[in-house]
Design a protein around this ligand. Structure first.
Ligand SMILES: C[S@@+](CC[C@H](N)C(=O)[O-])C[C@H]1O[C@@H](n2cnc3c(N)ncnc32)[C@H](O)[C@@H]1O
Length: 243
């Protein structure tokens, strides 16, 4: 199981290999474990980007491409290009198949790279998204700084991440599901021994909402807002890059 935040390079390699291994069952597990609500979370995140028609966007930690495809669900605001980036080849391959099936391949280039070293020029995107990826970055501050760097001044980044409900009773019940039920289902469906034990563990050590918002501000996002969704089990952060 990936050891949280010890040796960054080793951690990164473990995360990469874990996502390569679970890629074939990733979408199925998302739908099952979230009872289908995950689609709504991604839709909401992209809507908060305030897309400019003809803009260029970047989806970091794109996985199998669901967020990247979501950009094209608003015909009036349709972007020129959405670059889908991930460091897992297996995830990118599945994203490629989806893009091709939807006839979007040319507008959705895929890039295999780490979020902490984005291979793009400064101020080259009109918006950036990361859904359920930031928690896994080996160097979170560096990942956030890279997001700010590639954004044009005044443009937005949206970050979706799991969180824990604030209300104590709800929090305890959710932890019971998250810590005891979810890992078993995850292990059974994905066939991976640890990936779905790592999930609740990594959510447990992720910074509290305000602390993460401060990290975003320090990375170059002058204005940061966040909003809890689905009783607080997911939080959507929106940051505006300093002018
Ligand atoms: C939980 S999945 C989320 C995928 C997708 N965004 C979604 O909403 O379903 C996390 C993804 O982040 C990628 N990832 C994790 N750390 C990364 C990093 N440092 N650089 C690039 N990709 C990373 C993994 O390979 C994986 O595909």
């Amino acid at each position: 199981m990936p050891k949280l935040e010890t040796d960054r390079e080793a951690f990164s390699l473990q995360i990469q290999s874990m996502f390569n291994a679970i890629a074939p069952r990733y979408d199925l597990l998302n739908r099952v474990l979230s009872c289908g609500v995950d689609r709504f979370w991604r839709k909401r995140a992209v809507s908060r980007l305030m897309l400019k028609p003809g803009g260029r966007y970047l989806d970091i930690a794109c996985g199998t491409g669901d967020v990247a495809l979501e950009y094209f669900e608003r015909p009036a605001e349709s972007p020129r290009q959405v670059v889908a980036l991930d460091f897992s080849e297996a995830m990118l391959q599945r994203a490629g198949t989806k893009f091709k099936d939807r006839g979007r391949q040319s507008a959705l280039p895929r890039v295999c790279a780490a979020a902490e070293a984005l291979p793009f020029a400064d101020a080259s995107f009109d918006g950036v998204s990361v859904a359920f990826g930031v928690r896994n970055f080996a160097d979170r501050e560096q990942g956030l700084r890279e997001m700010a760097r590639v954004l044009r001044p005044g443009c937005r980044a949206v970050i979706l991440e799991f969180s824990l409900p604030r209300q104590p009773l709800l929090r305890e019940s959710y932890r019971l599901y998250f810590d005891r039920v979810l890992p078993g289902i995850g292990r059974w469906v994905s066939g991976h021994p640890d990936a779905y034990t790592y999930l609740p563990e990594s959510v447990g050590v992720f910074p509290e909402r305000e602390e993460f918002a401060v990290m975003m501000r320090n990375a170059g996002f002058g204005r940061v807002r966040y909003r809890e969704m689905t009783l607080g089990i997911v939080t959507l952060y929106v940051g505006i890059r300093d002018e």
